[in-house]
Design a protein around this ligand. Sequence first.
Ligand code: GCU
Length: 340
Amino acid sequence: MKKFKKVFSLILCISLILSCFSGCGVKSEKKIIRISHSQAETHPEHLGLLKFKEYVEEKLGDKYEVQIFPNEILGSQTKAIELTQTGAIDFVIAGTPNLEIFADVYEVFSMPYLFTSEKAYHEAMNDTEYMNQVYASTDETGVRVLTWYNAGSRSFYAKTPIRKPEDLKGLKIRVQQSPASVKMANAFGAAASPMSFGEVYTAIQQGVIDGAENNELALTSNKHGEVAKYYSYNKHQMVPDVMIGNLKFLNSLSDEEMKVFEEAARISTEVELEEWDKQVEEAKQIAQNEMGVEFIDVDIQAFKDKVKTVQQEMLEENSDIRDLYDHIQTYNDKYAEEEK
Ligand code: GCU
């Protein structure tokens, strides 16, 4: 009996020591970095974030574990930005329209036909030195942008074909949740209906809205092509997504750690951009051949004409966008010749 008790207490001791190791030891001291995004696990952003995780954990794995939450499971982009603000989560990937209420400089990206070429768009966004000033504009609200992701160019798609701007008249079109997005769609003659990305599929399916506007991946990755069969290439916007971080957390990092996070962000963008180019072509094929979506080539100039006063109006209403707007024009001018 004595021997049994000895063995029993030895086992108890060992399990207490072990549970202390797992409960209060090295593992639980790791900080969990939570990243929320709205896309599926096959989407370029998710693949970019996997590289972010890999890099951070390779360099700082003893201190940080990165967890990625896709598909808006932590909430819509607006909700997840709030969670990032409070520090409940550390990062969120969201479209810039969501940041307009935090810093109105971001309204510039909602202007229709802001960028005149894809090259101008990419180069302007890759001008890190300039963009870092823009990214710091939300510091007062407790969040800061770290990097951008390509979200392609946005066009209208609906249950009925949109061949000319007049076809948009009276159509309820979902837009991102921002005042400038509403203004943009209304200027086209549509009835703008702001709602979160995750609600769009059901809203189209149930006839709450007639259509939406987005890139081609929304048709496949988010399955909108199942419920809206006409996609019109009017290409009214190139709106980037951004990685937004909790500023308190970023400020808590040492210089070396910050460099790791910045490099991880840069790598994630590089991967995302490459994947984007691959996936957008695939998405078009799938939407067309497997989902029966018709892609309509429209007269883009007619759509441009319809909203030609909007840029000027927005510049008059909001002086904070002037500098970034002018900066973007230098890239537009640089590639203007190629556009002709
Ligand atoms: C794109 C973009 C998302 C955005 C979505 C939307 O998918 O990448 O960040 O949320 O459009 O229209 O809401």
